[in-house]
Design a protein around this ligand. Structure first.
Ligand SMILES: [Zn+2]
Length: 86
């Protein structure tokens, strides 16, 4: 078990997409959720990622994940946002 304070927001960005896709293990899920409860910044990142995914779902029938290019751009944008905020 990784202690909760081991997690950094930058590390979590990569996990958020898998989390929304339901691809994380139970352990990873609970650790991620524990961090989310204490981190408003990751909460808002998750909210915008979730919003983006639900928009995508309106156009495609249950896409397995974001298109590779888009996912990359999103993650880059989120990482930049985090760097600006810290
Ligand atoms: Zn965070």
């Amino acid at each position: 078990m990784i202690p909760n304070d081991h997690y950094h927001c930058e590390d979590l960005i990569d996990l958020l997409n898998d989390y929304l896709d339901g691809e994380l293990s139970l352990t990873e899920c609970s650790e991620l959720e524990a961090h989310l409860r204490e981190c408003p910044e990751c909460q808002s990142l998750l909210a915008s990622l979730r919003q983006t995914l639900s928009l995508l779902h309106q156009f495609e029938e249950a896409p397995p994940s974001l298109p590779p290019g888009l996912e990359e751009r999103l993650i880059t944008r989120m990482q930049r946002l985090l760097v600006e905020r810290h």
